[in-house]
Design a protein around this ligand. Structure first.
Ligand code: ATP
Ligand code: MG
Length: 441
């Protein structure tokens, strides 16, 4: 992408309304703009990040055997009356009336919609298990939307729902998601700690929240230090072998959110117990037949009897993750994107636009990167070098290449890594291969 064509409105001043660093940087780096309280427009650069995060979520859902669907944002109130949640959900639900006076709502979650689909389409135990997910906008009329996309009213969530014949199957599905979540966050450069959690209005008896430790987090959390040192399961993960063992490796260490923390049951020595703030980036639940029974999601079992499906639901805050990653990875100059979610892997800075050699060299590098499949942002603006460097750092591009007359005399390009700030000089003719081998590797 050429910077002269890109719609990227960066800000020099710190926006007064933003209380936490991720919100400030998201506004300054031109990722989002607020449209109404807790409702945002995603600008091109922010949207690229959001889509990369969604893609990682998608790949790990697929790897764990879930299948993608797309449910509507607008749902019928009837379904929610059947589950009994229409009244219970309270003021967080945005209620809508259509021209025929029918009650609709903007979905805050989708247990009812998906359970209704399954109730209509699945009738035999042979069709189980099933695990269906979607990545869709949700609306919750939060009392106090704040911290930018971290607590929005409209936000992007990956939510999925597992359907099994019995409890053992449902726990197996739950465990798969538990590990898929760990892998998902690790791929974004995050250490998310699974913590025993309250099931809240969703209900049920088994639940974990996935928490990123950060001072600006909204929840108080307690966990054993050793959890931060465990390795996440690798690409070769076998979801059918050793599943329970792998989950136990995590759950045997104490970790609980505020509501679940019980000092009497916490056996962690004082010097190894972390008491911190955390950002909830995911939440998983097993709740049995809470929705399947009232919505009629039953199947015929092997013995011919009708059995209500055992369900779990699993959420990831996709748009919240953009803020959470920034909270975990920034410095005084701006965002430091992990490569896997960066809007572009490489930033190319032309120090002297108009100089024939600089222009031609930049064009050649830009074309070379594209041919090598490396996404680059080419700053081809005729502006002061200082401002261009500052922008690349603010926007957080992982690898920054600087092309200027002085370096070109020796056929050298300066490469800076955003994380750590390390600089090296690379020979022009080796540059594209050098970057392609490192960036995204
Ligand atoms: P919270 O406790 O933060 O209000 P929740 O428990 O109501 O969240 P879930 O219903 O478990 O949230 O939703 C799944 C995920 O969606 C959460 O883990 C979180 O990452 C994200 N999420 C929930 N509410 C919001 C919001 N208002 N803005 C952005 N993301 C949200
Ligand atoms: Mg929650």
């Amino acid at each position: 992408m050429r910077r002269t064509r890109l719609f990227l409105p960066t800000l020099k001043e710190t926006p007064a309304e933003a209380q936490i660093v991720s919100h400030r940087l998201m506004l300054r780096a031109g990722l989002v703009r607020q449209s109404a309280a807790g409702i945002y427009t995603w600008l091109p650069t922010g949207l690229r990040v959001l889509q990369k995060i969604a893609q990682i979520v998608r790949e790990e859902q697929d790897r764990a055997g879930a299948q993608e669907v797309l449910m509507p944002t607008i749902q019928s109130a009837e379904l929610w009356r059947s589950s009994g949640r229409y009244e219970d959900y309270g003021k967080e639900m945005l209620r809508i009336t259509d021209r025929h006076d029918r009650d609709l709502l903007y979905g805050p979650t989708a247990e009812e919609v998906i359970t209704d689909i399954v109730a209509n389409e699945i009738s035999s135990y042979r069709d189980l298990p099933k695990n269906l997910y979607n990545i869709q906008w949700k609306f919750r009329d939060e009392v106090r939307p704040r911290f930018g996309v971290m607590r929005g009213r409209e936000f992007l969530m990956k939510d999925n729902y597992s359907f099994d014949l019995d409890k053992a199957g449902a726990v197996h599905s739950y465990n798969k998601m538990f590990l898929a979540y760990l892998r998902t966050y690790a791929r974004m450069g995050l250490k998310a700690v699974p913590m025993k959690a309250d099931t809240g209005p969703i209900g049920g008896d088994l639940s974990h929240e996935f928490i990123i430790l950060a001072e600006t987090g909204e929840s108080a959390v307690f966990c054993d230090k050793s959890l931060l040192e465990l390795d996440t399961p690798g690409d070769d993960i076998d979801y059918d072998a050793n599943l329970q063992q792998e989950v136990d490796r995590w759950t045997r260490h104490y970790a609980a959110t505020d509501e679940m923390h019980d000092p009497a049951k916490c056996d962690v020595a004082e010097d190894t117990l972390i008491t911190a703030r955390g950002i909830e980036v995911g939440h998983i639940f097993y709740f049995g037949t809470k929705y399947s029974a009232p919505l009629g999601a039953l199947v015929q079992g092997a013995d011919g009897r009708q059995i209500a499906l055992e369900m779990g639901s699993y959420g990831i805050g996709v748009s919240r993750l953009v803020g959470a990653i920034i909270e975990a990875s920034h410095d005084d100059d701006g965002i430091i994107w992990p490569e896997s979610v960066a809007p572009w892997l490489v930033g190319l800075i032309n120090l002297k636009v108009g100089d024939a050699n600089c222009d031609a060299t930049c064009e050649k590098i830009y074309a070379g990167l594209r041919a090598a499949g490396v996404e680059a942002l080419y700053d081809d603006r005729d502006e002061r070098a200082g401002g261009k460097f500052a922008d690349m750092d603010l926007v957080g591009i992982p690898w920054q290449l600087t092309v200027g007359p002085r370096g070109l005399k020796g056929d050298k390009i300066e490469v800076k890594q955003r994380a750590g700030g390390e600089k090296s000089e690379i020979a022009l003719d080796a540059l594209v291969d050098w970057i392609a081998a490192r960036a995204g590797a």
